[in-house]
Design a protein around this ligand. Structure first.
Ligand SMILES: Cc1ncc(COP(=O)(O)O)c(C=O)c1O
Length: 444
């Protein structure tokens, strides 16, 4: 008889064996935003930047797929079998709907870009990851970001070990003096500030819109100090009138700007379709002419291979059906989100106007408002607000590179009806009055 083999101790993977990004707070923040509402199902939630759910109830997926299939037949002269293959086989890494996105940028923005300079990505998030992976070539490379900043960008930077330098947001968009200083400081330290990330049209989390003058000045600074500009246009569609400032990309005569976009807020986040316009010519040693988009597409083959053709067909069909215009496609959404923002700002005035040391900004578009409190804002305060007062929001520390303590929180108005905003603001008001009354806060 053979002796029984001794039981092996269960294997445990030490976290120290894993890449540092696994433990990074910015990665937790995305999940936090996704899960927080499930934890407090009865709370009114000013936390998610997700689309208003009603907009997702009646998307006729089959209809839009048919519209796209029809366009393959009429414009590319594909047979039914070829169309089936196009939708169900692996596809080109750069994408299927690049020409449609190029048309939309021309139609809505008068921006002329070659379809070959576009890569269709799995959401804007993949575009960020590919872009930062490609740009970060040396440990001394730095990425400047307007702060507070979208967590998805911070997380992607962590994944590729890009050293992130925060630059303060200001009323006109970005503190250019600070950016110049950061650039010069990097040089003096033997480092290189390679790019700056901005969301000039109603940033997440602040809703701030960059002024015309700052857009032009940022481009000038990029040319002078030799860095790239990463422009994220996620919330641009919420600018209602025709007098919105130009895309920085539209002012770009030098290929300094890389444009990021998503169809998550205008079509559906479930399709996970975004894009990057990367028209920078690549100077290569073998003399072959390539665009930066080609390099990003090469990286993409090792990440997601290609963006789902079925999802691209849905988005492509939606765009074709609305004459290649996001402005047209998202008309009712633009109206709704602007109404919600007005409603939120009015409710803030009505409910919180009498509170000392409580202040907020007044964005003219986007999903978000920044609210400043006289006390530090963290997750335990948020839990108290949700449990005892039935209202949720996001601590601003999530949007700071170092997760520092902040006195601010982010209010999002996209996910709620006007009635919910009004009711939610009543609850927030009760919470903040409780919090700032010395007796009830235990300070008397
Ligand atoms: C500023 C900003 N950029 C990009 C994204 C990500 O878009 P996607 O869902 O396409 O990955 C978001 C999502 O909320 C965002 O707020």
């Amino acid at each position: 008889m053979t002796a029984p083999t001794p039981a092996l101790p269960p294997f445990e993977l030490p976290v120290s064996d894993l890449h540092s990004s696994v433990q990074d707070p910015s990665l937790g923040a995305v999940n936090f935003l996704n899960e927080i509402m499930q934890r407090y199902p009865h709370a009114i939630s000013f936390a998610p930047g997700a689309p208003y759910p009603v907009f997702l109830e009646s998307i006729d997926v089959q209809h839009y797929m048919d519209v796209f299939a029809e366009s393959l037949k009429s414009s590319r002269h594909l047979s039914p079998a070829q169309i089936q293959r196009c939708l169900h086989q692996y596809g080109p890494a750069k994408g299927l709907i690049n020409d449609i996105v190029a048309r939309l940028l021309h139609r809505d923005e008068q921006l002329i870009v070659d379809a070959a300079s576009i890569v269709i990505t799995v959401g804007c998030q993949e575009a960020m990851l590919l872009l930062l992976r490609a740009l970060r070539s040396d440990p001394n490379d730095q990425l400047a970001v307007v702060t507070p900043c979208y967590v998805g960008l911070i997380g992607a930077a962590r994944l590729v070990e890009f050293d992130v330098v925060p630059i303060d947001e200001c009323d006109s968009g970005i503190d250019l003096k600070q950016l110049r200083h950061a650039c010069c400081e990097a040089r003096a330290a033997g480092k290189r500030l390679k790019a700056v990330y901005v969301a000039p049209d109603h940033s997440n989390p602040s809703g701030t819109q960059m002024s015309d003058i700052t857009r032009a000045a940022l481009l000038d600074l990029a040319a002078e100090l030799d860095f790239l500009i990463i422009e994220d246009n996620t919330y641009r569609f919420t600018s209602a009138d025709e007098s919105y400032p130009p895309l920085i990309k539209s002012l770009d005569r030098q290929h300094r700007v890389i444009l990021l976009g998503t169809f998550a807020k205008t079509c559906t986040p479930g399709a996970r379709v975004g894009y990057v316009v990367a028209d920078q010519p690549i100077r290569s040693e073998d003399g072959r002419k390539r665009l930066f988009a080609d390099e990003l597409a090469a990286l993409k083959t090792m990440v997601t291979v290609n963006t789902s053709p079925i999802c691209q067909a849905l988005i492509g069909g939606m765009l074709i059906a609305h004459e290649y215009s996001i402005r047209q496609l998202a008309q009712d959404k633009t109206r709704k989100y602007r109404k919600n923002l007005d409603c939120l700002l009015t409710a803030l005035d009505e409910h919180l106007g009498d509170l000392p040391h409580v202040a907020w900004n007044r964005p003219n578009g986007g999903f978000f408002v920044r609210l400043r409190l006289p006390v530090p804002v963290d997750e335990s305060l948020m839990a108290l607000s949700a449990e005892q007062f039935g209202v949720l929001w996001t601590p601003m520390s999530h949007f700071h590179i170092d997760g520092r303590v902040s006195h601010e929180l982010r209010l999002s108005c996209s996910y709620l009806s006007e009635q919910q905003i009004e009711e939610g603001m009543g609850r927030l008001s009760r919470f903040l009055h409780h919090l700032t009354t010395p007796l009830s806060a235990g300070m008397a």
